[in-house]
Design a protein. Structure first.
Length: 160
Protein backbone atom coordinates (compact mmCIF):
# COMPACT_ATOMS: atom_id res chain seq x y z
CA UNK A 1 0.00 0.00 0.00
CA UNK A 2 2.98 2.30 0.54
CA UNK A 3 3.63 2.58 -3.16
CA UNK A 4 -0.07 3.08 -3.80
CA UNK A 5 -0.27 5.75 -1.10
CA UNK A 6 2.92 7.41 -2.34
CA UNK A 7 1.56 7.31 -5.87
CA UNK A 8 -1.67 8.82 -4.62
CA UNK A 9 0.14 11.59 -2.81
CA UNK A 10 2.29 12.31 -5.83
CA UNK A 11 -0.73 12.22 -8.08
CA UNK A 12 -2.56 14.59 -5.81
CA UNK A 13 0.35 16.97 -5.74
CA UNK A 14 0.66 16.85 -9.49
CA UNK A 15 -3.02 17.34 -9.86
CA UNK A 16 -2.89 20.36 -7.67
CA UNK A 17 -0.26 22.02 -9.75
CA UNK A 18 -1.86 21.16 -13.02
CA UNK A 19 -5.21 22.33 -11.82
CA UNK A 20 -3.69 25.58 -10.68
CA UNK A 21 -1.94 26.06 -13.97
CA UNK A 22 -5.04 25.23 -15.96
CA UNK A 23 -7.01 27.92 -14.21
CA UNK A 24 -4.57 30.56 -15.27
CA UNK A 25 -5.62 33.02 -17.84
CA UNK A 26 -6.30 36.63 -18.20
CA UNK A 27 -8.81 37.96 -15.79
CA UNK A 28 -10.52 41.27 -16.18
CA UNK A 29 -10.68 43.40 -13.12
CA UNK A 30 -12.76 46.48 -12.54
CA UNK A 31 -9.83 47.97 -10.69
CA UNK A 32 -8.11 50.89 -12.33
CA UNK A 33 -4.74 49.54 -11.24
CA UNK A 34 -3.44 46.92 -13.60
CA UNK A 35 -0.72 44.45 -12.80
CA UNK A 36 1.69 43.68 -15.59
CA UNK A 37 1.63 40.07 -16.74
CA UNK A 38 4.35 37.84 -15.39
CA UNK A 39 7.09 36.71 -17.73
CA UNK A 40 7.11 33.00 -18.45
CA UNK A 41 10.15 32.59 -16.21
CA UNK A 42 8.41 34.40 -13.32
CA UNK A 43 5.22 32.42 -13.90
CA UNK A 44 7.07 29.10 -13.85
CA UNK A 45 9.02 30.02 -10.73
CA UNK A 46 5.89 31.08 -8.84
CA UNK A 47 3.72 28.26 -10.20
CA UNK A 48 6.24 25.56 -9.32
CA UNK A 49 6.63 27.10 -5.83
CA UNK A 50 2.86 26.89 -5.32
CA UNK A 51 2.88 23.23 -6.31
CA UNK A 52 5.92 22.43 -4.20
CA UNK A 53 4.26 23.89 -1.11
CA UNK A 54 1.05 21.95 -1.79
CA UNK A 55 2.94 18.70 -2.40
CA UNK A 56 4.84 19.15 0.86
CA UNK A 57 1.60 19.75 2.77
CA UNK A 58 0.05 16.59 1.33
CA UNK A 59 3.16 14.60 2.21
CA UNK A 60 3.27 15.93 5.78
CA UNK A 61 -0.37 15.03 6.39
CA UNK A 62 0.14 11.59 4.82
CA UNK A 63 3.02 10.86 7.21
CA UNK A 64 0.82 11.82 10.17
CA UNK A 65 -2.30 9.99 9.00
CA UNK A 66 -0.46 6.88 7.83
CA UNK A 67 2.52 6.55 10.22
CA UNK A 68 2.76 2.79 9.80
CA UNK A 69 3.78 2.32 6.18
CA UNK A 70 3.48 -1.46 6.46
CA UNK A 71 -0.15 -1.43 7.56
CA UNK A 72 -2.68 -1.20 4.77
CA UNK A 73 -5.10 1.67 5.41
CA UNK A 74 -8.80 1.02 5.14
CA UNK A 75 -10.83 2.24 2.21
CA UNK A 76 -12.50 4.74 4.56
CA UNK A 77 -9.11 6.12 5.71
CA UNK A 78 -7.91 6.51 2.16
CA UNK A 79 -11.15 8.18 1.08
CA UNK A 80 -11.00 10.55 4.04
CA UNK A 81 -7.37 11.44 3.20
CA UNK A 82 -8.25 12.03 -0.46
CA UNK A 83 -11.29 14.19 0.29
CA UNK A 84 -9.88 15.98 3.32
CA UNK A 85 -6.31 16.59 2.20
CA UNK A 86 -5.48 15.78 -1.41
CA UNK A 87 -8.48 17.31 -3.15
CA UNK A 88 -8.51 20.59 -1.17
CA UNK A 89 -4.74 20.97 -1.57
CA UNK A 90 -4.84 20.36 -5.30
CA UNK A 91 -7.75 22.76 -5.68
CA UNK A 92 -5.77 25.37 -3.76
CA UNK A 93 -2.79 24.83 -6.04
CA UNK A 94 -4.95 25.21 -9.12
CA UNK A 95 -6.48 28.38 -7.75
CA UNK A 96 -3.05 29.75 -6.86
CA UNK A 97 -1.59 29.12 -10.30
CA UNK A 98 -4.70 30.51 -11.95
CA UNK A 99 -4.43 33.66 -9.87
CA UNK A 100 -0.93 34.29 -11.27
CA UNK A 101 -2.35 35.04 -14.69
CA UNK A 102 -0.83 33.58 -17.83
CA UNK A 103 2.24 35.14 -19.42
CA UNK A 104 1.40 37.26 -22.46
CA UNK A 105 1.05 35.08 -25.53
CA UNK A 106 0.75 31.86 -23.49
CA UNK A 107 -2.86 32.24 -22.39
CA UNK A 108 -4.08 29.31 -24.51
CA UNK A 109 -1.36 26.96 -23.26
CA UNK A 110 -1.88 27.84 -19.62
CA UNK A 111 -5.65 27.67 -20.00
CA UNK A 112 -5.34 24.18 -21.51
CA UNK A 113 -3.25 23.04 -18.53
CA UNK A 114 -5.65 24.52 -15.99
CA UNK A 115 -8.80 23.31 -17.74
CA UNK A 116 -7.47 19.79 -18.11
CA UNK A 117 -6.30 19.68 -14.50
CA UNK A 118 -9.60 21.03 -13.18
CA UNK A 119 -11.52 18.42 -15.19
CA UNK A 120 -9.31 15.69 -13.68
CA UNK A 121 -9.85 17.06 -10.17
CA UNK A 122 -13.58 17.22 -10.78
CA UNK A 123 -13.49 13.50 -11.68
CA UNK A 124 -11.52 12.82 -8.49
CA UNK A 125 -14.11 14.71 -6.46
CA UNK A 126 -16.72 12.24 -7.75
CA UNK A 127 -14.47 9.21 -7.11
CA UNK A 128 -11.76 10.14 -4.57
CA UNK A 129 -10.22 6.68 -4.62
CA UNK A 130 -9.01 7.32 -8.17
CA UNK A 131 -6.27 9.44 -6.53
CA UNK A 132 -4.87 6.65 -4.40
CA UNK A 133 -5.71 3.39 -6.10
CA UNK A 134 -3.05 2.12 -8.46
CA UNK A 135 -5.53 0.01 -10.43
CA UNK A 136 -7.31 3.11 -11.71
CA UNK A 137 -6.02 5.20 -14.60
CA UNK A 138 -4.24 8.40 -13.57
CA UNK A 139 -6.83 11.13 -14.14
CA UNK A 140 -4.08 13.75 -14.30
CA UNK A 141 -1.91 12.09 -16.95
CA UNK A 142 -2.88 14.54 -19.70
CA UNK A 143 -2.72 17.61 -17.45
CA UNK A 144 0.68 16.53 -16.11
CA UNK A 145 2.01 16.06 -19.62
CA UNK A 146 0.85 19.55 -20.61
CA UNK A 147 2.25 21.09 -17.40
CA UNK A 148 5.66 19.45 -17.83
CA UNK A 149 5.87 20.44 -21.48
CA UNK A 150 5.20 24.06 -20.52
CA UNK A 151 7.78 24.02 -17.72
CA UNK A 152 5.58 23.49 -14.67
CA UNK A 153 7.73 20.52 -13.77
CA UNK A 154 6.82 20.39 -10.08
CA UNK A 155 3.15 20.70 -10.89
CA UNK A 156 3.37 18.02 -13.55
CA UNK A 157 5.52 15.63 -11.53
CA UNK A 158 2.82 14.00 -9.47
CA UNK A 159 4.53 15.18 -6.30
CA UNK A 160 7.99 15.51 -4.91
Amino acid sequence: MRSTLTRGMMLAATLALVVVAAGCGSSKSKSTVTTPALTKSEFLKKGNAICKKGNQQISQVAHKVFPNRKARPSRAQVTKFATGTIIPSVQSQISGVKALGAPKGDEAKVNAIVTTAQAALDRAKKDPLVLTTSSKRDPFAKANKLAKAYGLTVCGSGGG
